[in-house]
Design a protein around this ligand. Structure first.
Ligand code: AHM
Ligand code: MG
Length: 341
């Protein structure tokens, strides 16, 4: 079986004059994932569950594992020296490094080190999500916020790690999506899901329906559509909602389905962050033949104005996302952002 490292090197060999920096960066992410995985696997045993007693910039209480995963990924990226700046869900500002090696790095990374952390205590799947861009500024000094504020259509690579019944790393450099499963007995990620494709349609819809009364009419009407009885189109569909974006997305990627985190009148931009939650999964969805929008606009074309910007997310099987967009356009035009073409 092909290992992650072999696959990364193989991809690099197809790029003329590649310096190997990107391969080293991806390797570092794989190593940090293994370290975090080790800690998650024994979460019930040590003193790693529960709250750290601090809040992140979004006012969310930080769990000990949030902080641990954040530190491990930052450490790995710092030691590697290919990354000159990191935007993380757990850090208000940009993380930069005081060393020449990192300041010469070509890449910037945006990440959610531990997504779905409310699920840690109950042994439900959680994840790590990452976006990798080339820096805009010249190497030789720390990366800047400008280096990170790029739309997803400029991504070099993106992916996630799912810590579930098995641990997988799924990523894309723009040549399709490949999944690697961690074999804990040898400590290696092995290619298990080559060239992943999301089915064009599906039966699963994933949404936190407790927010129903706050949803735009377009989403309410779409959910009504999902629940209608129509044997010809396989409806009613079925609901699956884990509350970990990575896990909900991963299931829908394999089975087909749609995940929605809409905006509401109170929070028109929803909950999920553009740079390190929506953009990476949108990139993977498109690379697998699916679709990702904010209800109106392609996620990958939205330029972030700040590191922690949020947008609504409608993502998954192409036909299902298009249907949801149709309902948004018909019933919820007032949610359409002004800069939509
Ligand atoms: P987190 O990064 O603080 O864990 O929050 C993001 C998570 C997503 O993984 C998940 O899909 C969503 O928040 C669930 O939110 P809600 O509990 O509102 O349904
Ligand atoms: Mg998150």
């Amino acid at each position: 079986m092909k290992t992650l490292i072999e696959f990364i090197n193989e991809e690099q060999s197809h790029i003329p004059n590649a310096s190997g920096d990107f391969s080293r960066l991806m390797n570092d992410i794989g190593i940090a994932a293994k370290i975090v995985n080790r800690e998650i696997n024994k979460a019930g045993l040590g003193d790693i569950m529960g709250y750290e007693g601090t809040a992140n910039v979004q006012g969310e209480d930080q769990k000990k594992l949030d902080v641990y995963a954040n530190n491990e990924f930052i450490k790995a990226l710092k030691n590697g020296g290919q990354c000159c700046a990191i935007a993380s869900e757990e850090n208000e500002g940009l993380v930069t490094f005081e060393n020449k090696l990192s300041n010469d790095g070509q890449y910037v990374v945006a990440m959610d080190p531990l997504d779905g952390s409310s699920n840690i205590e109950v042994n439900v799947s959680i994840g790590t999500i990452f976006s990798i861009f080339k820096r805009k500024t010249k190497p030789g000094s720390p990366g800047t916020v400008e280096d990170l504020l790029q739309p997803g259509n400029q991504l070099i690579a993106a992916g996630y790690v799912i810590y579930g019944s098995s641990t997988m790393l799924v990523y894309s450099t723009g040549n399709g999506v490949n999944g690697f499963t961690l074999d804990p007995s040898v400590g290696l990620f092995l290619m298990s899901h080559p060239n992943m494709k999301i089915p064009g349609g599906g039966k699963i819809y994933s949404v936190n329906e407790a927010n129903y009364i706050y949803f735009p009419d377009g989403v309410k009407e779409y959910l009504r559509y999902c629940q209608e009885d129509d044997a010809k189109t396989n409806r009613p569909y079925t609901t699956r909602y884990i509350g970990s974006l990575v896990a909900d997305f991963h299931r829908n990627l394999i089975r087909g389905g749609i995940y929605l985190y809409p905006g509401t009148r109170k929070n028109p931009n929803g909950k999920l962050r553009l740079l390190y939650e929506n953009v990476p999964v949108a990139f993977l969805a498109e690379q697998a033949g699916g679709k990702a929008t904010d209800g109106f606009r392609r996620i990958l074309d939205i330029r972030p104005k700040a590191l922690h910007d949020r947008t609504p997310l409608f993502i998954g099987s192409k036909h299902m996302v298009e249907k949801a967009e149709y309902f948004m356009d018909y019933f919820s035009k007032e949610f359409k952002p002004e800069d939509t073409e």
